[in-house]
Structure formats: C-alpha cells, structure tokens
Design a binder for this molecule. Structure first.
Ligand code: NAP
Length: 252
C-alpha cells in the first residue's frame, strides 16, 4: 500500500487561522485536499483568499477562544458545513512578556485560558463527536520550544506550552485505541506576530539567529508539511509525539 499524505474528503478545523502559522497550516491542509474551517476572532479574508488560490474550500467561524463559549459551536458549525470533522489543529495562542518577579495574575490567566484550557475543551468536544460516531481522527497541537526549555520573561507561556506537551501525551494515551491520533508540533523561531518583539530587539534577534543551525528565522510555509504529515494516514501509528520544526535549534 502506498504511503498517503492525501487529505481529500477530510474536513479540518484550524484555530487562529487568520495569520501566521495558522494561516500557513490552513493553506497546506487545503493543498493536501482538505476542506478547512478557519476559526478565530479576526477577519479570515486573507486566509480565505489563500486557501481559494490553492484550490481549496474554507468556512470562516467567528470565535473568541479566551472563553469556552464557542467550543461546541465550532464543531457543530463545521459539521453543518461538510457533514464531518476529521482533523483539529489547535494553533491559536498568545504570549505575554514580563519578568517573573513582576508577572500579573491577569497575564497568567489570559495565556493559560487560550493556550491550554480552551485547547483541552475543544479537543474534548471534537473527540466526543468522533467517538460518538465510532470514527477516528487527528488532533495536532501547536506547542513550542518552551515545551522543552524554560525561556525567560514568559512564565505563563512556558507553563502553558509545557502543559500542552503533557496534555498531548495524556490525550494520546486515552484516545489512541479509539483511532484518534493526538500529536503536537513544536515550532522553533518563526517570523510571525508572536515573535515581532524579539525580531525588533537587535540583541535578542542576533542571539537567536546565531543559535539556529539553519541560519534563518522559520517562514510559516516551512511548518505546513509537518501539519499535513501528522494529519494524514501516514501518521496513523504516531501517538503523543511533540515534533520539533526548529531549523535544528534543539540539536544545538
Ligand atoms: P500569531 O501571528 O500571533 O498568531 C496567533 C493566532 O492565535 C492568531 O490567529 C490570533 O488571532 C489567535 N488568537 C489569539 N488569541 C485568540 C483568541 N482569544 N481567540 C481566537 N483566536 C486567538 O502567532 P503565530 O506565531 O502564528 O502563533 C501560532 C501558534 O504557534 C501559537 O500557539 C504560538 O504560541 C505558536 N508558536 C509560535 C512560534 C513562533 O516562533 N512564531 C513558536 C512556537 C510556537 P488574532 O490575530 O485575532 O490575535
């Protein structure tokens, strides 16, 4: 049997799809044949156009992921569109920067809510539907190098992404036998809104660049292949991994 990365006939849900890594993942999934539900709080116009240009179909779902309000609606609106939901990419995430000694409760809660709490309950809603139908599926969480490392000045972000790695493994253990693959991607340093402050700081920028064996900041398109792989039949026996896509950062 030929190895298949084909997602034709599948429906994917991507959170935070309006920009950055979520946009690139949405386009890559569409190029592999999936219909893509674009979830977020901002206009999806750019991503809709990019998915269309790639020959794909998309549905935009308005959702503020800082609360659990949209969780069930995201699944039901997706299923009302194509009749199915096969792939969930938990990509939306935020970061707040301050020294640990000064870090506020508000910055702690805001990050944990979007990066961890909503991810868990959206994954639960997605899995309940799949298990109820007796079908398998794929969950791909967007973790971070801060799932492996400590970092500085981002305590809630590191806690959330380290927690997400653990959650990925727990859900994989509970749902693997039900045909649901739960895995994560740990992006290295990619050029998006999330890292704008780092790239604008000449010292941090050159320190980071100097440590990346590939010698350049990741471009969002460089993440798409890993998402397609983990969402595809080629990854059917892969459960609970956190796959770095980091230009060699962790190998250094
Ligand atoms: P980004 O451009 O800031 O994208 C973050 C996405 O999350 C945006 O679509 C954003 O929507 C969405 N989002 C945030 N809060 C939301 C909320 N309450 N409701 C709905 N959507 C919300 O940064 P990115 O780099 O593409 O980040 C994508 C993921 O990759 C994040 O989980 C991030 O932690 C992770 N990551 C990024 C890097 C990197 O180097 N860039 C490295 C490791 C991990 P708005 O545009 O409306 O805010």
């Amino acid at each position: 049997m030929a190895v298949s990365f084909d997602l034709t006939g599948k429906t994917a849900i991507v959170t935070g799809a309006n920009t950055g890594l979520g946009q690139a993942i949405s386009v890559a999934l569409a190029q592999a044949g999936a219909d893509v539900a674009l979830v977020g709080r901002s206009s999806m116009a750019d991503t809709e156009a990019a998915v269309g240009a790639a020959g794909g179909r998309s549905l935009s779902i308005q959702a503020d992921l800082s609360t659990l309000e949209p969780v069930d609606r995201i699944i039901s609106e997706t299923v009302a569109w194509t009749g199915r939901a096969d792939i969930l990419v938990n990509n939306a995430g935020i970061i707040r920067r301050a020294d640990a000694i000064d870090f506020t409760e508000a910055d702690w809660d805001a990050v944990m809510d979007v990066n961890l709490k909503t991810v868990f309950f959206l994954s639960q809603a997605f899995a309940r539907r799949l298990i109820g139908e007796g079908k398998g599926g794929k969950i791909v969480n967007i973790a971070s190098l801060l799932s492996f490392q400590g970092g500085i000045r981002i305590p809630s972000y590191t806690a959330s992404k380290s927690g997400l790695a653990g959650l990925t493994r727990l859900l994989a253990c509970e749902w693997a036998a039900k045909g649901i693959n739960v895995n994560a991607i740990a992006p290295g340093y990619f050029s998006t809104n999330n890292t704008e402050a780092l790239r604008n700081d000449p010292d941090r920028n050159s320190a980071i660049l100097g440590r990346i064996p590939a010698g350049h900041w990741g471009q969002p398109e460089e993440l798409g292949g890993a998402a397609v792989f983990l969402a595809s039949p080629a990854a059917d026996y892969i459960h609970g991994i956190v796959l770095p896509v980091d230009g060699g950062w962790l190998a250094r």
